[in-house]
Design a protein around this ligand. Structure first.
Ligand code: ADP
Length: 499
């Protein structure tokens, strides 16, 4: 297997026909759509194999067999093997399962103790969950009918894989694989005590130093990934630059600067078959760029569905669809909501998360009954309808590695109002009133009044129907298909493999 990674991707003659070696990519992640999803990571991982296949890759995902996945897909998997792995002094069961879905192969690591309830168990329990997963992935390699040329890890949960490859599996299956670490969110790093990590993954003491995985007195899984991965990427070019600074670096800016030659950004895309206003089963009225009648009918239906009786189809409708965490800029909205509600507009907030924000918006709904709806829940179908119904989507994030919501909004003809950070900066072209160019509105600083100003600029355009229609058309024409993202990953794999 060690020789695999150096094999060139060159045409070979077989039966007189040119053939290309299909490179093998094993994508390891904690979540993957449609099996288990809590955020954008699952969408990206789920979309990669299908989009990489036409580019000449045999890409397969390996993930935990979470309870939610087992409940829905348990009857369709093929059991490949049972074996046990050492985790510290314990020996733990691993069931290796395989499923073929839409032409792509998925592997599942089964263990009811670790994956029988929550996808993320929190704190040390989560560290043990994913230390187990990383060990199980490495030990499963001999049983896969597949030798990975690249092991592609994602976020801290799988970031120990590059370190295991380099420090414990040289000369063994997987030891010759090249490794890529994709950072979807630098905020979460997986930090644990040395004794915990030493015990679980048999990490030698010499790696528990600041040169390797030590970080402020703890063993840091994501730092280990940043040190040992052959390449690192994050999910937008701007965020790849930002994380080298103290403000965005979450303490890892030192290692990210040191590795800046191997660090790059690949902008995510969205799955156009899932997010298509012309064929979206969640919408009462489908529509497309040439005829927006369905968008306005959907707006009327959603205003009624959510009890916004003080608004009608002509009232500008501003939405937020988001996890309610500090990252997403809810502080700014809290600060100027009353000021903004003096404008003629209606607001829908769909999200759940921190109690502080949930309560704030529940109270705001009481103050602005019939004009503001705070729907505190995770509801995929409703999210689709709101993307279609709204005129604006507000995303004032403090930081945003990529962000999918603004891309989905544009696809549905809804203009994003964003802070110029990370992927928001890379995807939204701010409206230029002199040239008419643009796909949305933006503001630079994390400041509530700058945000309010951007909202007011957006509302001013609403009053000019021709200008508004032109902007909507430009937003809908922007290309955020996943093909672009897949081409970016292909370029990284080629760099890694010297193809
Ligand atoms: P993040 O991954 O940081 O949460 P993204 O913008 O990258 O943010 O992706 C969020 C995804 O989750 C989008 O597809 C968005 O529509 C969806 N989403 C967020 N909150 C909700 C919710 N309350 N109900 C339904 N979908 C949601």
């Amino acid at each position: 297997m060690a020789g695999q990674a150096t094999k060139q991707m060159m045409p070979q003659k077989k039966n007189g026909e040119a053939q290309t070696i299909r490179r093998h990519i094993l994508i390891a992640a904690a979540e993957c759509a449609p099996f288990a999803k809590t955020g954008g990571l699952a969408d990206v991982v789920g979309a990669l194999p299908g989009h990489l296949a036409p580019l000449g890759y045999d890409a397969r995902v390996i993930m935990p067999f979470h309870r939610v996945a087992k409940e829905r897909y348990g009857g369709r998997v093929r059991h490949l093997r049972s074996f046990s792995v050492d985790l510290g002094w314990r020996s733990q069961y691993v069931g290796l399962e395989q499923l073929e879905l839409d032409g792509a192969l998925f592997y599942f690591i089964d263990n009811e103790f670790y994956f029988g309830d929550r996808i993320y168990r929190g704190q040390e329990a989560e560290g043990e969950q994913y230390a187990f997963f990383c060990r199980a992935v490495m030990e499963a390699l001999p049983y896969l009918d597949f030798e990975p040329d690249v092991i592609h890890a994602n976020d801290w949960h799988t970031a120990m894989l590059p370190m295991l490859v380099k420090t414990q599996y040289q000369g063994k299956p997987g030891g010759g694989a090249r490794t890529l670490l994709t950072i979807h969110n630098l905020f979460y790093q997986g930090k644990f005590t040395f004794s915990f990590v030493r015990d679980l993954l048999a990490v030698e003491d010499r790696y528990l130093t600041s040169e390797y995985m030590e970080h402020y007195g703890l063993a840091n899984f994501l730092k280990a990934g940043c040190v040992f991965a052959d390449r690192i990427n994050t999910v937008s070019p701007t965020y790849a630059e930002e994380i080298k600074t103290e403000y965005f670096g979450e303490g890892l800016q030192g290692i990210l600067n040191a590795r800046s030659q191997q660090l790059s950004g690949v902008l995510n895309g969205i799955d156009y078959s899932v997010y298509d206003p012309a064929a979206d089963a969640s919408l009462p009225w489908p529509y497309n760029m040439d005829d927006l009648t369905g968008k306005y009918r959907t707006k009327e239906a959603v205003l009624e569905e959510l009890g916004l009786y003080q608004a009608d189809v002509n009232t500008p409708l501003l939405a937020m669809i988001s996890r309610m965490t500090a990252q997403k800029g809810f502080d700014l909205v809290e600060c100027v909501l009353d000021e903004l509600m003096r404008e003629d507009m209606a607001v829908i907030i769909l999200g759940s998360g921190d109690a502080e924000y949930e309560n704030f918006f529940r109270a705001a709904e009481q103050r602005y009954k019939g004009r503001l709806c705070a729907y505190i829940a995770y509801r995929e179908d409703l999210a689709h309808r709101i993307y279609a119904a709204a005129d604006y989507l507000l995303m004032p994030s403090r930081f945003e590695p990529c962000g999918l919501a603004q891309m989905i909004a544009m696809r549905y003809g809804t203009l994003p109002i964003v802070r110029e950070t990370g992927g928001l900066k890379d995807t939204v072209i701010p409206y230029n009133k002199y040239t008419g160019a643009g796909t949305g509105f933006s503001f630079a600083n994390y400041n509530a009044h700058e945000m309010a100003d951007a909202v007011r600029r957006a509302l001013a355009v609403y009053r000019d129907k021709t200008e508004m229609a032109a902007l909507v058309a430009q937003a809908m024409a922007a290309d955020f298909s996943f093909d672009r993202a897949a081409a970016g990953y292909s370029a990284l794999y080629r760099l890694l493999l010297g193809d």
